[in-house]
Design a protein around this ligand. Sequence first.
Ligand code: DP6
Length: 335
Amino acid sequence: MQKPTQKAPESNRLMRATAQAPANIALIKFWGKRNETLRLPMNDSISLNLSSASTVTTVEFINNLREDKLILDGLSVTGEEKSRVTKHLNVIREMAKISTKAIVTTNNNFPRGAGMASSASGFAALSKAASVAAGLKLDERQLSILARLGSGSACRSVPDGWVEWKEGKDSNSSYAHSIHNFDYWDICDVIAIVEKEKKKVTSTEGHAIAESSPFYKTRIKDMGGKIKKIKKYIKTKNFTKMGEIVESEALNMHAVMITSKPALIYWNGITLKLMVCVREWREEGLETYFTIDAGPNVHIICRQKDAQTLVKKLKDVEGVVDVVTNEVSRGVHLL
Ligand code: DP6
């Protein structure tokens, strides 16, 4: 991690700060790491920040506190989740040259356990709130690098709008930047939630076995061309061409997952049903494209003018338990 530009004098330290960060959906996915500890990805990725799925986190460093405390959606949390937060706070404490423990209070505006990605918004919000509370003045790039150390995709929740994460050569060059602002194009991501259970195999565990798929090498080899194309179609606002890449990219990543050892099947029956529906609706004239992360929920990319029609149709599909409509939003910010 590069040194922050300036360290605040002791007296200027806030010791408490609150930040809000959006979840993001990748149009081109990050799957597989070059370096597990630094969470360096095997490839560049591209995402949209989501307006209706965000995390608000308050970090307060308190003198004489014996250990960090994590309160997640109103519940005091211990175990794996808390260790990951403490590990991240340790990185920040080392940068700020402090040893004070903290109370971290974090709330998601989407239902806990609904299977929507929370680590990206969670670590982006934690990085911003904790670094400010510790008196660090990080620029966007430094903050994105810091968030990446907590969860890879969290680096994409730092900049505004349409975001690209360059894999980089090392930790200092692997960060995300905005390619277009949130109001660039009237695109929506409608999420069909089909399962409220927590996923059984985390993405961290999934990344670790990506290379065991016989298709992984081909996926990575083709990545450069794919990124170049989608950036061109986003730039020219060619929705059809962009959507075709988004859908085939999701299937490509899941082909790798399904053929990993052991096989990772994140879909359930409703996921498959929705994939078929989206393709049928498209034939009928409702132009939408699906993408799916490491879970069974289906994200459907559409134009704003079609969002309401899509939501209605999704609510009629048996097995869909909730529908969340997102516009493209800004990145992490202080509250
Ligand atoms: C399928 O960023 O959650 O959502 O660094 O291990 O926390 P860790 O992984 P994470 O992986 C995201 C995987 C994905 C694709 C993506 O968002 O690009």
